[in-house]
Design a protein around this ligand. Structure first.
Ligand SMILES: C[S@@+](CC[C@H](N)C(=O)[O-])C[C@H]1O[C@@H](n2cnc3c(N)ncnc32)[C@H](O)[C@@H]1O
Length: 250
């Protein structure tokens, strides 16, 4: 994939996967609870009085927490599945829609947000550069985008094991592959497009964004002792990448 190319991972299976994903995420030992969400909260910083747009928000639970516990205001979660928590707090709207073109989601055309999140959802944008450019145009002054994505090496390792090939062959391959996430729903398959680190960085540049901070979150020491099976997963697959992205001057 090169920067500017179209066609992301397929969103379609999420109608079946959404509730399985949320169940897996809610488990006491999910990597989202142990590592990802705490690191995402950290990188977001204080959101009191700020508006947040969570693109690909899942059931909206994270956005709800930012409003209820973090004091975020006038916030919105968008997800294609429409599988939302039943009673979102005041100050949070949850809208079924496509993150590929956030400005076309009903009610968002003229809105601006202090924080725009793509947490493990960016790969589903039909045109990655276009989706980020639109998000950039919806940022308020001093706003930033928080984008997290699975380390591409993870998928390359899994495919190398499955295909009896090498890490490099899989990391640099370009054909779409089908992926079943262990522990969510063994039947629903996601179609994914491979990407490399340089693909990701070039997409940010092409969308007019610069990386203020990049983080590769790991488990805190006490959690490593408590959840060695999850540390083993991180030891093998590395985890996720997190980027705080700011607009380059026009
Ligand atoms: C791995 S989950 C991440 C959910 C949440 N952001 C989190 O961090 O827990 C990916 C989410 O992206 C959503 N999604 C997939 N394709 C989408 C699209 N085209 N537009 C909006 N949401 C999409 C899925 O329904 C799912 O809720």
């Amino acid at each position: 994939m090169t920067a500017g190319s179209s066609g992301g991972d397929s969103s379609q299976p999420w109608t079946d996967l959404a509730s399985d994903y949320e169940q897996a995420r809610a488990r006491e030992d999910s990597l989202d609870r142990l590592v990802e969400w705490p690191a995402q909260r950290d990188l977001l910083g204080d959101v009191a009085g700020l508006s947040v747009l969570d693109a690909g928000c899942g059931n909206g639970g994270k956005a709800a927490e930012l409003v209820v516990e973090g004091g975020a205001v006038a916030s919105v979660g968008v997800d294609i599945s429409g599988n939302f928590i039943t009673a979102p707090p005041t100050g949070l709207d949850l809208i079924q829609g496509d993150l590929s073109d956030l400005a076309s989601v009903p009610g968002l055309a003229d809105r601006r947000f202090d924080r725009i999140l793509f947490l493990q959802s960016f790969g589903y944008a039909k045109d990655s550069v276009g989706a980020l450019r639109t998000a950039r145009s919806m940022l308020a002054d001093d706003g930033f985008i928080l984008l997290t994505r699975t380390q591409p090496i993870r998928y390359a390792i899994e495919r190398a094991e499955k295909n009896g090939s090498s890490l490099g062959e899989e990391y640099f391959s370009t054909g779409s592959f089908s992926y079943q996430h262990k522990g969510w729903n063994e039947e629903a398959k996601l179609t994914k497009r491979p990407y490399t680190m340089s693909d990701l960085i070039n997409i940010f540049s092409a969308a007019g964004l610069w990386i203020e901070t990049a983080v590769e979150p790991q488990m805190a020491d006490e959690l490593r002792q408590q959840y060695p099976h999850k540390q083993a997963v991180l030891n093998k697959y590395l985890g996720i990448l997190m980027f705080k992205l700011r607009p380059l001057p026009d």
